[in-house]
Design a protein around this ligand. Structure first.
Ligand code: GLA
Ligand code: CA
Length: 695
């Protein structure tokens, strides 16, 4: 589907050479999104209804595993479990306690770089890392927690206590849990993650944990094998419980990783460490429910059940119920196609281009999959690089772009040049898309319409603001030239736009922006890259503009809060510090950062609401990011799966792969299909060939 026809030469459309009439933009509040009702309502419960930690009288495992115990390849199940495992209450399960067997067949568009998540490697997304790495707390399932009881769920941290003065938080780890290879999980793993990843400026874990994530000046110490203690510089920053969740506090197996870390291995560079566990390093130890046992490039990753998984159901059955997980290495668009066709099992329907066809297919009587829309929280923005400090070593052209980016008139010009209605409709027609001014999404809890500034589409206004930013089409070819005396020369302004080719939506929106800029007299060319390269390019500052799908902090605010602004040297890639660690924040960026920091340091609900109004005002008025479009996503899941919670959004605190609690999802026996590639097998030793069978 192509979207924008190439624009006619800009001069014809907007008459750049005609005398300029200063028609500056008139900011307003955004139009209300067209109504779109989410299809499923969660059954709201309290956190304690979902699970607790306790010892049961006896435990069970899939029958095929008995042979492993008999052959001495595995200790009996009760010895593999913690003293008090996490026990999911069958009463809280939508369909009750489950049966063992079957597979969830995922299809993903990303590619695994390797398994070293905590050193920044991507596993290909689409739920692989979410399933392999468990975190101290958990937030995905919070979509179904009563608002009065809203606080992260315990996970590897089974409980915590605040000191009387609120300056310390003591965290109790689940006792006696083991990595999937049988090595004990303990405070050593937690401290290795903290000391040598969070606090090491040379490393950033995949989802961007850094010191600011946990509050300025926060320290962590080990108390004993199963206890660690945070010390804060402010009183009772409850926010930290969210930072302990995915993806900022998910420790890796220190027994495998530590020997490769430069702190312990002087022969290894940080790059060596990052790459020490490539995708074909099989049986990498995890705390998650499934272990990678097979990898075929551009084909598939297969994971088998973790025999040491530390969660059970209230009948004592060790989880997960599903024996295997597949991740077909294909495209994200193919994930939708396969899920509705029944050759795949799961998709987050999020690329609006696929909505009409997917809806049509899912509505047929013999459709193998269910499809349920949620709230309108898939959103895209155009981000400009606001670092003027040399981050990413810009050449003269790129530096000149950054100077334009830092000019509010230039940003307003770009925002008003965008026709958001047309952009949305270029993806899908109908009630799905809404004009998105940027910042917090309409419909989320901290959103306030009156604090949201919207610059409506107007080519006239765009022109006036480009001129106010010092731009003029000096050679009359229909495109603005660099301002006089610019080190970039006297030719046309030339901007590159970074976008992710893994998604058709990213590509289409980026093309739409290019076409609309061309109409407004600004030359933009695309820099399209596959996801992993795009991320690396962004995070090293080698971009002018980028179009990007937003992450969860703009929905929940309490998740990845420090990334809402430049609260530290590397918290928001709109503006990172240079090599000398210097930020050169614009005054509004400093205010944004101070607002976010103040938010993280208070628990007062009214103050927090007020701070987020300020944030939204500063953000949208100054166009920290330029919103493009926002629309709802749908969860597509094969009908044979049971225990899918109703109203599970594809994205909120986390992605649906976490929200649906896959470890307790099952397929009723009479509906089990023959999809297991390694029936009766379990993961082998770390680094060995693949899965093993007993006997
Ligand atoms: C990608 C996909 C999302 C989701 C996440 C999970 O970003 O686009 O739908 O599956 O991975 O990490
Ligand atoms: Ca020109």
């Amino acid at each position: 589907m192509t979207l924008m026809t190439r624009a006619a030469p800009a001069a014809l459309l907007i008459g750049l050479s005609a005398p300029a009439m200063a028609q500056m933009a008139e900011p307003t509040t955004p139009p209300d999104p067209p109504p779109f009702a989410a299809q499923g309502e969660p059954n709201f419960v309290n956190r304690a209804d979902i699970f607790e930690f306790r010892a049961l009288d006896s435990y069970d495992q899939p029958e095929f595993m008995d042979a492993f115990v008999e052959a001495g390849m595995l200790p009996p199940v009760e010895e593999r479990l913690p003293e008090e495992p996490m026990v999911y209450s069958a009463d809280n399960m939508p369909d009750g306690a489950g049966a063992y067997g079957d597979v969830m067949r995922h299809v993903i568009g990303g590619r695994p770089e390797g398994w070293n998540y905590i050193a920044g490697q991507s596993q290909g997304w689409g739920g692989i890392d979410i399933g392999m790495y468990e975190c101290l707390t958990r937030t995905g399932p919070l979509f179904m927690v009563n608002p009065e009881d809203l606080e992260p769920l315990p996970n590897l941290a089974k409980s915590w206590e605040w000191s009387d003065d609120g300056m310390q938080l003591t965290v109790n780890l689940v006792k006696g849990a083991k990595w999937s290879d049988g090595d004990p999980f303990d405070a050593e793993d937690v401290m290795f993650y903290w000391d040598h990843h969070v606090m090491d400026p040379e490393i950033t874990p995949l989802n961007g944990a850094n010191p600011e994530t946990f509050g300025q000046g926060t320290t962590l110490e080990m108390v004993d094998d199963y206890t660690v203690r945070f010390t804060f510089t402010t009183e009772r920053p409850e926010q930290v419980l969210y930072s302990m969740a995915y993806g900022t506090f998910c420790p890796g197996p220190s027994h495998i990783l530590a020997p490769e870390h430069p702190a312990n291995n002087p022969d290894n560079s940080y790059e060596d460490y990052r790459n020490a566990f490539p995708p074909d390093f099989l049986n990498f130890p995890v705390m998650g429910a499934w272990v990678p046992v097979e990898y075929r490039a551009d084909d598939i990753v297969v994971l088998r059940r973790n025999p040491y998984y530390w969660k059970v159901d209230s009948e004592g059955n060790q989880l997960p119920y599903l024996n295997e997980m597949h991740y077909r290495l294909s495209t994200w668009a193919d994930r939708d196609v396969q899920a509705v066709a029944g050759t795949g099992d799961f998709s987050n329907l999020e690329q609006a281009e696929n909505y009409v066809e997917s809806l049509r297919r899912a509505a047929e009587d013999d459709s193998p999959a269910r499809l349920e829309f949620g709230p309108r929280i898939i959103g895209y923005s155009l981000y400009m690089n606001l670092s003027g400090n040399g981050w990413g070593e810009p050449d003269e052209r790129a530096q000149a772009v950054r100077e334009l980016n830092r000019d509010i008139d230039f940003r307003i010009a770009v925002s008003t040049a965008l026709d958001r209605v047309r952009l949305g409709e270029s993806l899908v027609k109908g009630p799905f898309t809404a004009q998105y001014p940027g910042g917090l999404y309409a419909g989320t809890s901290y959103y306030d319409k009156d604090s949201t500034v919207f610059y409506p589409h107007s080519i006239e206004a765009a022109k006036a603001h480009f001129e106010a930013a010092g731009l003029e089409d000096t050679d009359g070819d229909g495109f603005y030239n660099w301002p006089e005396g610019s080190p970039a020369g006297d030719g046309n302004v030339q901007i590159t736009l970074l976008a992710n080719t893994d998604y058709q939506t990213d590509r289409n929106l980026a093309e739409g922006v290019v076409a609309m800029m061309e109409e407004a007299g600004i030359k933009v060319s695309l820099n399209l890259m596959a996801g992993n390269d795009r991320d690396a390019t962004r995070d090293s500052g080698r971009y002018d503009w980028r179009v990007e799908r937003n992450t969860s902090e703009l929905i929940t605010v309490v998740q990845n809060t420090s990334e809402l602004a430049s609260t530290g040297p590397r918290t928001n890639p709109v503006h990172y510090a240079n090599d000398a660690g210097e930020l050169d924040l614009l005054p509004f960026e400093q205010e944004l950062a101070d607002t976010v920091t103040a938010f993280m340091e208070t628990n007062d609900p009214e103050e927090r609401a007020e701070l987020m109004k300020q944030y939204q005002k500063l953000y949208t008025e100054n166009l920290y990011g330029i919103g493009l479009t926002q629309y709802p996503g749908a969860l597509i899941i094969n009908k044979r799966f049971a225990n899918i919670p109703s109203g599970a959004p594809i994205f909120m605190f986390n992605w649906a792969e976490d929200n649906i609690i896959r470890e307790r999802v099952y397929v009723p026996e009479d509906q089990q299909a023959d999809h297991e590639l390694y029936p009766e097998a379990l993961p082998g030793a770390p680094g060995s060939d693949g899965p093993v069978t007993a006997g």
